[in-house]
Design a protein around this ligand. Structure first.
Ligand SMILES: *Cc1c(COP(=O)(O)O)cnc(C)c1O
Length: 386
């Protein structure tokens, strides 16, 4: 058992390290669906790979350790993870979600769980008094993202956890944008942490995966049951890819954030930029709260150009930064939330929460900052309506 105290080391040595059979420094890919039993009721602790697989178990132990939780669970996508968590609830119950949650989270609640009479309500969770006033008897959980997608709105996670505890309901945080390297909601009192590990945790845009971490044994048992019963598990090879990705999370995030900070300052000073959303800027709404609960502002930036710039031309003119869904990979990506990640949200709901047609979302990668700024600069110039 390795001895360490800092998260940078836990990223590399955490969870289940290596292979006791051979001394291999990496956990093997146990590409098996089943395990031979000695006799009836005599097994090795492994029975069937939906229920448990050693490679997946190593990943689950790792994410649980990194988030400071009691147990972790790996799923075939972030949405499968969110679906398993929402399966904790029953008909006639309700979940409060923050104003700009991921479009797919809204969609699964609106189009799937509502059919089972599990309802949702969208609340601006950055307003704690408003949030508390919306907790009625049927509300069983508060699900938030901070920073929230795509306006990078900050919610006070400790305060939300306290409000949830006071009312005997669950607090759930989708920590995809921050990762445990920058923010650990369980240390702030959160009950359940969710990740789309497709993003920063995987980090190379080559795997789709989801993770859940819970902070108590009863919730862990219920989640283990739901993971096995609904079956949306992550395969052994993808589990291996995530363990491999997580080892470099610390160095990647440091560069992501360094680049994002420079890009945010550059965009803020640019005459074409009407508005910038980046929680790492001292003047950003929620800056102090974010500084208290996270290491820094992360690496996601959203911005709007003035009306005399054509957003469509901007997207088409980028030569390095790829127009694509997703985020958190080593390569920089740009997206148009209104028609891409948040297209599932009806226009009137979108506009009410500030996701306008002119909004541009940047996932800043780890390329050289000079190349990124040069690309942004030429694309903004090309998009000016003369
Ligand atoms: C991408 C994303 C999801 C969904 O995850 P998938 O892995 O694409 O299923 C959920 N929440 C957030 C914040 C995301 O960015």
């Amino acid at each position: 058992m390795a001895d360490y105290s800092r998260i940078e080391s836990a990223l590399i040595h955490g969870g289940l390290y290596g292979d006791p059979h051979t001394g291999a420094v990496n956990v093997p890919i146990y590409q098996t669906s089943t395990y031979e039993q000695k006799g009836l009721g005599e097994n090795t602790g492994w029975e069937y790979s939906r229920t448990g697989n050693p490679t997946r178990a190593a990943l689950e132990a790792l994410i649980s350790e990194l988030e400071g939780g009691r147990a972790g669970f790996a799923f075939g996508s972030g949405m499968a993870a969110i679906t398993a968590v929402l399966s904790l609830f029953h008909s006639k119950e309700r979940v409060i979600i923050s104003s700009n949650v991921y479009g797919g989270t809204f969609r699964v609640l609106d189009k799937v769980f509502r059919n089972f009479h599990i309802d949702y309500e969208i609340v601006d969770t950055s307003n704690l008094a408003l949030l508390e006033s919306r907790i009625t008897d049927d509300v069983k959980a508060i699900l938030v993202e901070s920073p929230a997608n795509p306006l990078l709105t900050i919610t006070d996670l400790k305060a939300v956890a306290q409000i949830a505890k006071k009312h005997g309901i669950l607090s759930i945080v989708d920590n995809t944008f921050m990762t445990p390297y920058l923010q650990r909601p369980i240390e702030l009192g959160t009950d359940i942490v969710i990740h789309s590990a497709t993003k920063y945790l995987g980090g190379h845009s080559d795997v789709v995966a989801g993770l859940v971490v819970v902070n108590d044994d009863d919730l862990a048992q219920r989640l283990a049951f739901l993971q096995n019963a609904t079956g949306g598990v992550l395969g052994p090879f993808d589990s291996f890819l995530l363990i491999r990705g997580i080892k470099t999370l610390g160095v990647r995030m440091d560069r992501h954030v360094e680049n994002a900070r420079e890009a945010a300052l550059w965009l803020k000073a640019h005459k074409a930029v009407k508005h910038i959303y980046y929680p790492g800027l001292a003047e950003a709404k929620g800056y102090e709260i974010n500084q208290r609960q996270a290491k820094n502002g992360g690496a996601m930036i959203s911005f709007e150009l003035y009306e005399n710039y054509d957003t469509r031309v901007f997207f088409r003119s980028l030569k390095l930064i790829a127009l694509a869904e997703s985020l958190g990979g080593v390569e920089s990506l740009v997206c148009h939330p209104a028609t891409m990640t948040h297209a599932a949200i009806p226009r009137e709901v979108r506009e009410r929460v500030g996701i306008t047609d002119g909004l541009i979302r940047l996932s800043i990668g780890i390329e050289h900052i000079d190349d990124l700024l040069a690309d942004l600069s030429q694309a903004i110039e090309a998009s000016e309506i003369k």
